[in-house]
Design a protein around this ligand. Structure first.
Ligand code: 4AD
Ligand code: MG
Length: 435
């Protein structure tokens, strides 16, 4: 039974057939024959057909029904009845209905096709629609799975700062004045702090928002996105890739197991996800460039791979693939020089199948003080800002590796969504700061 403290939700109802309950939610559909009226309620946990028979309810309730409009909030009290035709297998025979919050007739999202810009302007309403609810539930499942995976493996979650003095990646920075300390930058990565934490706790991960002031207007770039970054003491690049493939397989299998209804809502071809199991193929960057050139790409050795090149490479595979050991100049300063070929670094990008592109960037970290300092100079980075980071190589340096998985790109791939903008509740893009 419902109470003000813990209201009954629609997804509780299948267990309550035969009982009288009160449920509250919003109107998604209305129709009436004049004698019997139907209103479909959604409450975020499901949808519920409410049947109002004129001769079985008070005049007041029948009048309240007449005031309902699309997205008005209301509550109903009545008996839960089994009805195999309904989603969830139940409907409610209404005894009482109360309009709680009227909704103006010009509710922006109507049951018709809307353009994406319009939907984005109305993101606060767009989030209420079934597809968006399904994506957010899958996102939540992935977030929970991330915590479960690392908790069960003895990793410590470390929260790293968002306001930083040191910088991490090469792409654009958001800056803000920071009292008498000069300029602070919004974190592009938690990694450098993660490395310090790995020396304190052994195995750690960070999970937080990261910021990139990149002028990229693509299907896979946000200016604010969430990244999960493990960092492991005494893992080399090979152990690092094994962790990545186990992790990604775990996430995919978890969504398949626990979110079949949401995948169905999204019309996701789950056969494409069922085969995502470790191990994943490893392709050396140099071999990848040769393959790409054979396929007609203009890429030359030394460059990072663009989205088109990535798509050409994954076309031959049904699982994610690793591209390993990129040229030094294509990657960040902190990656460890490859002893077997010092022109390259010990790193990997994981590319998702079906053209979703890079979801992980990972590497073994440079643990040699002099080599790291040399790279910092070469990249013309402010050495003072990195002094504490260099210290990690001065006092008990250690082999260590880690990676960053972009949450929204992973959600987009698993959901089969064409654009990252619907994979985060309120996306921040080059041209979008509202709502
Ligand atoms: O490859 P990236 O830049 O690697 C790092 O930031 C490392 N510090 C990670 C580490 O080793 N700890 O970014 C990692 C991942 C990418 O593979 C991608 O999935 C995601 O973060 N990403 C973005 N997602 C959305 N919008 C953007 N602008 C993104 N930039 C990177
Ligand atoms: Mg990368």
């Amino acid at each position: 039974m419902s109470s003000a403290v813990d209201p009954t939700r629609i997804n509780d109802l299948p267990a309550l057939v035969g009982q009288t309950v009160t449920v509250s939610g919003w109107v998604t559909h209305l129709r009436s024959s004049g004698k019997v009226a139907f209103v479909v309620m959604r409450d975020g946990t499901g949808t519920l057909q409410c049947v109002v028979a004129k001769k079985e309810v008070s005049e007041a309730t029948w009048e309240q029904f007449g005031l309902l409009t699309l997205e008005a909030s209301f509550s109903v009290t009545g008996a839960v009845r089994a009805d195999a035709r309904q989603v969830g297998g139940v409907e409610i025979g209404v005894k009482e209905l109360t309009l709680l919050g009227p909704s103006a007739l010009d509710y922006p999202i109507q049951p018709k096709e809307h353009g994406v810009d319009f939907l984005m302007d109305n993101r606060h309403f767009w989030l209420r629609t079934p597809r968006q609810v399904a994506i957010m539930r899958i996102r939540n499942e992935i977030e929970q799975a991330i915590h479960d995976f690392f908790y069960e493996r003895g990793f410590l979650r470390v929260d790293t700062p968002i306001l930083t003095a040191a910088i991490g990646e090469r792409s654009g920075l958001f800056a803000t004045e920071y009292f008498d300390e000069g300029t602070a930058y919004l974190a592009q990565t938690g990694q450098l702090y993660g490395e310090a934490a790995a020396a304190a706790f052994g195995k750690i991960y960070t999970f937080g928002p990261t910021f990139r002031a990149e002028k990229s207007k693509t299907r896979r770039h946000l200016t604010e996105f969430w990244m999960i970054e493990p960092e492991v003491a005494f893992n080399d690049t090979h152990a690092n890739m094994r962790l990545q493939e186990d992790f990604v397989s775990f996430l995919v299998q978890r969504v398949l197991e626990r979110r079949p209804a949401e995948l169905k809502e999204l019309e996701r071809d789950v056969s494409k996800l069922e085969g995502i199991k470790a191990p994943f193929p490893r392709i050396d960057y140099t071999d990848a460039v040769a393959t790409l050139q054979r396929k007609g790409s203009k890429v030359t050795w030394g460059e990072d791979l663009g989205a088109e090149d990535e798509a050409l490479l994954v076309a031959d595979y049904e699982t994610p693939i690793f591209i390993c050991n990129y040229p030094k100049e294509a990657k960040a300063f902190y990656m460890k020089e490859n002893p077997a070929d010092p022109r390259t670094v010990l790193c990997d990008d994981m590319l998702a199948p079906e053209g979703y592109g890079e979801i992980i960037g990972g590497s073994q970290r440079e643990d040699d003080y002099d080599k790291l300092l040399h790279r910092i100079h070469e990249e013309k980075l402010p050495v003072e800002a990195y002094s504490w980071y260099l210290d990690l190589r001065k006092y008990g340096t250690f082999v260590h590796s880690g990676f960053g998985l972009g949450l929204e790109r992973t959600v987009a791939w698993i959901c089969g969504s064409p654009h990252i903008r619907e994979c985060i509740p309120f996306p921040r893009l080059l041209n979008r700061l509202h709502p």
